[in-house]
Design a protein around this ligand. Structure first.
Ligand code: PLP
Length: 301
């Protein structure tokens, strides 16, 4: 990251930050790149301000920038999840990062970097944020503590290029006057005492083990029906359904067995969806994985 304190705006989370950004930067009819498949709440925010969504396909390197340029080179903004593509889980490659920033500079477009789960990377070197690569010119960085700490905390932030600090702060003030200070003071103490960094280190180890336990149990019990894509980062994995099985039906069956497994096909907009289940691993200890997968196996039998 490259920023100074006065470029940081406190929000209630990533969603609030994206809402402020969309209201300030977009007018009805503006073309906006979104990832396909993508995060539904981001799409709803963009639809609410009347943006014209341009669903840009995602491949193993993340957002396909060349395809985005082909579809709408004049887009006003791109909303992306570079450190852990939602929902598929890959990181945006360095080539694609540079390509995206080059396009944004040339087109005068904004890149909104939703870095919602960047703390949880299990392998490889830390990823360079688009915001840092770009030097804070075209990128608005969105961060959240609701994942690293707990969802009900409702504490997040955005980091704005200098030219946008005034308009974004004004919009935030119109919505909600100011950010609550009590939780910020508590989190500040937690950070200053070194507890936050220790918490992240402990959770990273725990979540890595939970991810591995879930992937192992899925391979062992359901390897014949599921293809597991275990990501190097984030809080969930994707289990693709083999043999043309419908993920919506699998989701309903899992639900009837009290397993939360979200069908990914409904997160696609512009192209043939893949059939798969999004399975979270951060909320359950290692010992819960095998019994949970056994229930999923009964549901899918
Ligand atoms: C991709 C993505 N962006 C943003 C958010 C929202 O984060 P917050 O709870 O900070 O609003 C989530 C939450 O699940 C998410 O998955």
């Amino acid at each position: 990251m490259r920023c100074e304190a006065d470029q940081i705006l406190i929000t209630t989370g990533a969603q609030h930050a994206q809402d402020i950004i969309a209201r300030v930067l977009l007018s009805p009819g503006d073309p906006v790149w979104v990832e396909d498949p993508g995060y539904p709440a981001t799409l709803r925010i963009l639809e609410t301000v009347g943006a014209r969504l341009v669903p840009v396909p995602v491949d193993e390197e993340g957002l396909n920038v060349a395809e985005g340029v082909r579809m709408a080179s004049d887009a006003r903004a791109a909303f992306v999840t570079p450190s852990h593509q939602y929902p598929l889980g890959m990181a945006l490659s360095m080539d694609r990062r540079l390509e995206l920033l080059a396009w944004a500079r040339e087109a005068g477009a904004w890149v909104v970097e939703d870095d919602y789960a960047s703390e949880f990377r299990y392998a490889g070197p830390p990823l360079t944020a688009l915001q840092g690569l770009d030097g804070g010119q075209r990128v608005i960085y969105v961060g959240t503590l609701n994942k690293a700490l707990f969802p009900g905390l409702r504490l997040g932030y955005l980091v704005a290029p200098r030219a946008l600090v005034g308009p974004l702060s004004q919009a935030r003030r119109m919505m909600d006057r100011q950010a609550p200070t009590l939780t910020q003071a508590i989190v500040l103490d937690f950070m200053a005492e070194g507890e936050f960094a220790a918490h992240i280190r402990r959770r990273r180890v725990a979540y890595g083990a939970q991810r591995d336990a879930l992937a192992r149990a899925l391979e062992a019990r359901l390897g014949h029906v599921l293809e597991i894509a275990s990501p190097d980062q984030g809080l969930h994995l994707i289990a693709y359904l083999k043999g043309g099985r419908c993920d919506l039906e699998a989701e309903a069956r899992a639900d009837a067995h009290h397993v939360t497994a979200q069908a990914i096909s409904r997160l696609y907009r512009g192209r043939e969806p893949r059939s798969g289940l999004l399975l979270g691993f951060s909320g359950y200890p290692v010992r819960a994985m095998a019994p949970g997968v056994a229930r999923l196996a009964r549901a899918l039998a």
